[in-house]
Write a protein that binds this ligand. Structure first.
Ligand SMILES: Nc1ncnc2c1ncn2[C@@H]1O[C@H](COP(=O)(O)OP(=O)(O)O)[C@@H](O)[C@H]1O
Ligand SMILES: [Mg+2]
Length: 495
């Protein structure tokens, strides 16, 4: 009947109905509201709303003039389906016709009955796809509900006329669907707009890997906070940018996204669970890395950046230790995995970005300049700068820039190798940091040049030459004012 891949267990369940699954507010019935639920059409000229009122327990939808809800299209059967409810005011739908009906993305066969949830889309069509206009389509809503469901996603898919101007509603599900599919508990981390929690899949999903018991890091993004940020920064990005970008990337050093979905208030990214924490916490608890450890990790990070800049043509814009996850706590074997594509931007032109975003200690000078002067833009070199800051931190455990007058220090390149740890660090590594922290982006090395740097091509410490001097000014860096050391690597909750 249909070649649409029928997703099991989507927003509408065939499990027994309860008031909880439908979220129906019985109290509002007791207070005398006569309208319990509404079916409204969303396509064609015959837009209408049908209210299921106090007395009626069932209605029919079809071509016949006897039906409460009429659909004129010849593909619709005379009595196509029945919507009815029980004493608990739980609603059901029964398919009466052999012709196709979808509830959200679930196909219903003749004789099949399902629970009807608030927000469900009822689409009468032979095939649910973006280039098919359905024969008829409806929304089911209950009074006093705030939950929106997968219906609008389906409506989008079937080109139904629904106002989706508020945001892009792909992969839209109900809060109830999230509760039924995922057990989301212990907090793993978080930032300004999101919380990352341990998620365990409780039901089999549409993809093979989505098996019950699957553990993931569930990143939950607060849409309201993110929208506020995007408006303030006029960033022009869509809310779905992060899930869409991360789902499209494939690299052994990038956290993979197993699935994503959204409710009315949050975006959920089910990410591959990385067990060793992030590099920031590793550096805070264990101090800096040895040069060989840093070299091994940095090489892998550079390989990701090469993939992003050269293959995908994307600027990450937030390369920092908190966004570099580690597969284990063993510094000699752990593998870094880049996360957090919240600020990432597909960037075809070199100076396309203008938004002041990222984390202040990792800002390249041109990001600060772009914030001061809207005619300035920036591009991939900002990631190269951040790589320089990251490498500096990995090797000595301190930030190159102090908190005070941070922007001025960055704009003037006021930093130096003044941390004693740098006595043990090779000239090749320092040379690379200098090339990455070049204030002028056109003088900064790019990722391909970085990968050819002697330090990154080295096989072992034997070939690295260590400097014995406490250096700084003599290397051409502009020294920071004395009395510094407000440069501890720490968690920035505002970032
Ligand atoms: N896949 C993951 N596995 C384990 N922990 C994670 C994962 N993704 C994120 N985290 C933890 O959550 C923190 C915040 O995640 P991130 O994606 O950077 O969110 P934000 O955009 O809020 O900064 C990370 O620094 C890390 O500690
Ligand atoms: Mg982050």
């Amino acid at each position: 009947m249909t070649d649409f891949p029928v997703e099991q267990d989507q927003a509408t369940q065939s499990e027994p109905a309860t008031q909880a699954t439908q979220g129906f507010n019985v109290e509002s019935q007791a207070t005398g509201e006569s309208c319990h639920a509404v079916v409204f059409s969303t396509n064609g000229d015959g837009k209408f709303e049908f209210e299921l009122e106090g007395a009626s327990n069932e209605i029919f939808l079809g071509r016949s003039p006897d039906c409460e809800i009429q659909a004129k299209d010849m593909h619709v059967s005379k009595k196509h389906l029945r919507i009815y409810r029980d004493e608990q005011l739980c609603y059901f739908i029964e398919q009466l016709s052999p012709a196709g009906t979808f509830i959200n993305t679930q196909y219903m066969k003749k004789g099949e009955r399902r629970v009807l949830n608030h927000g469900d889309a009822i689409t009468i069509t032979s095939q649910l796809s973006s280039n098919t206009i359905p024969f008829a389509s409806f929304f089911f809503r209950m009074t006093g509900q705030t939950e929106v469901t997968a219906s609008r996603e389906v409506a989008n898919l079937a080109k139904v006329r629904v106002d989706t101007s508020d945001c892009d509603l792909r992969h839209l599900v109900t809060d109830g669907w999230v509760r039924r599919q995922w057990d989301i508990s212990q907090k793993l981390g978080g930032g300004a707009f999101s919380t990352v929690k341990l998620g365990v899949r409780t039901k089999k999903g549409s993809k093979e890997q989505l098996m019950p018991g699957l553990r993931c890091a569930m990143k939950i993004i607060d849409k309201r906070k993110l929208t506020k940020f995007q408006r303030k920064r006029s960033s022009g990005e869509s809310l779905n940018q992060e899930p869409e970008l991360i789902s499209s990337l494939q690299h052994p050093n990038i956290v993979s996204c197993l699935e994503w979905f959204q409710t009315e208030t949050c975006i959920y990214l089910a990410l591959e669970l990385i067990h060793g924490g992030d590099l920031l916490h590793d550096l805070m608890s264990g101090g800096c890395l040895t040069e060989m450890q840093a070299l091994r990790i940095f090489r892998q990070i550079c390989s990701v950046v090469e993939y992003l800049h050269v293959t995908v043509k994307l600027v990450h814009r937030d390369l920092k230790p908190d966004n570099i996850l580690l597969t284990s706590r063993d510094r000699d074997t752990m593998t870094p995995k880049l996360a957090d594509f919240g600020f990432a931007r597909l960037n075809m032109k070199s100076m396309d970005c203008h938004t002041y975003c990222g984390s202040p200690h990792y800002f390249a000078p041109e990001v600060i300049r772009a914030a001061q002067d809207p005619s300035c833009g920036y591009g991939k070199p900002v990631d190269m700068w951040s790589l320089g800051v990251n490498l500096y931190i990995m090797l000595c455990g301190m930030q190159p820039f102090e908190d005070e007058d941070l922007d001025m220090q960055i704009l003037h390149g006021c930093w130096q190798f003044d941390v004693p740890k740098f006595h043990e660090v090779s000239e090749q590594a320092k040379d690379l940091i200098r090339k990455l922290l070049a204030v002028n982006p056109s003088e900064r090395i790019n990722i391909q040049e970085t990968l050819k740097e002697p330090w990154l091509c080295t096989d072992g410490l034997a070939t690295l030459v260590c400097s014995t001097k406490v250096d700084g000014v003599q290397r051409g860096e502009h020294p920071a004012e004395p009395g510094h050391k407000k440069r501890k690597v720490e968690f920035d909750p505002a970032s």
